[in-house]
Design a protein around this ligand. Structure first.
Ligand code: 4BW
Length: 149
């Protein structure tokens, strides 16, 4: 993160802001929803990336989509979660960026998404960029601009 200190936003690349894959909670496409909900509740995140068996990015999944699957007439039918798999529920139509993409591409994406996944040209998952990291870079830039005036 310190790499972005005092740099013009236009010089910052997605790689400079990315949370690397080893620090990102994720679920596998074949996991039952029960496991996915466990990961989400334990990690505290609302949504996480979905990867296939070869660690390629295939989508994202969130608590709301999972809990919607359990809605019965009168109660949450939690027992359903063990028989539904992540690939039946996940969002496939998600934006993704490359490590070489510019800061502005990340800024544009997090207007509508709380985080954006980063993958290489073959689709292998590299990490995520969050709204928080983007906003921190903008804040740092505003402070730096004010000091240098
Ligand atoms: O565990 C947390 N630690 C910290 N430091 N902040 C957290 C944590 N959980 C939530 N937050 C805060 C962050 O500011 O709440 C915001 C909304 O979380 P979310 O969406 O709804 O779970 C967080 O904003 P953010 O850092 O800009 O992250 C945006 C979204 O990116 C999160 C979550 O869906 C995803 N995310 C962030 N870090 C992740 C992650 N997913 C998997 N693994 C990670 N390490």
């Amino acid at each position: 993160m310190s790499m972005t200190h005092s740099r013009a936003l236009t010089d910052i690349l997605i790689a400079d802001l990315m949370i690397p894959s080893e620090k990102v909670a994720h679920v596998q496409i074949n996991n039952p929803l029960e496991h996915a909900l466990l990961v989400l509740v334990k990690s505290g995140y609302s949504a996480v990336p979905v990867l296939d068996a070869s660690y390629k990015l295939v989508g994202t999944i969130g608590k709301t989509a999972i809990l919607n699957q359990t809605l019965g007439m009168e109660r949450f039918e939690i027992e359903k979660l063990s028989s539904i798999r992540v690939d039946e529920v996940m969002h496939r139509d998600i934006p993704s960026l490359a490590k070489e993409d510019p800061f502005l591409a990340g800024l544009k994406t997090v207007i509508n998404y709380p985080f954006v996944c980063v993958a290489d040209e073959s689709g292998y998952f590299d990490g995520i960029v969050t709204r928080r990291t983007i906003l921190k870079a903008v804040k740092r830039n505003i402070y730096t601009e004010n000091v240098s005036q």
